[in-house]
Design a protein around this ligand. Structure first.
Ligand SMILES: [Zn+2]
Length: 62
């Protein structure tokens, strides 16, 4: 399942694929809008979710 983030600047929805979330969101702090190319902060709850997905996939990262 994909997740949607909305750009804070232009409101454009950005679909986030599951693997992007799992591989990238837990270490990234922001993503760039495809439309206006402004940086958007990744919400804390999506970072937590990404970390959970990572744990589920790879086991503990400690
Ligand atoms: Zn935008």
């Amino acid at each position: 399942m994909d997740y949607l983030m909305f750009c804070d600047h232009c409101g454009m929805p950005k679909p986030i694929e599951e693997y992007i979330m799992r591989e990238y969101f837990w270490i990234a702090s922001h993503v760039y809008c495809n439309n206006c190319e402004m940086a958007n902060d990744i919400p804390k709850h999506l970072q937590s979710l990404a970390l959970e997905m990572r744990k589920n996939r790879y086991g503990s990262i400690d």
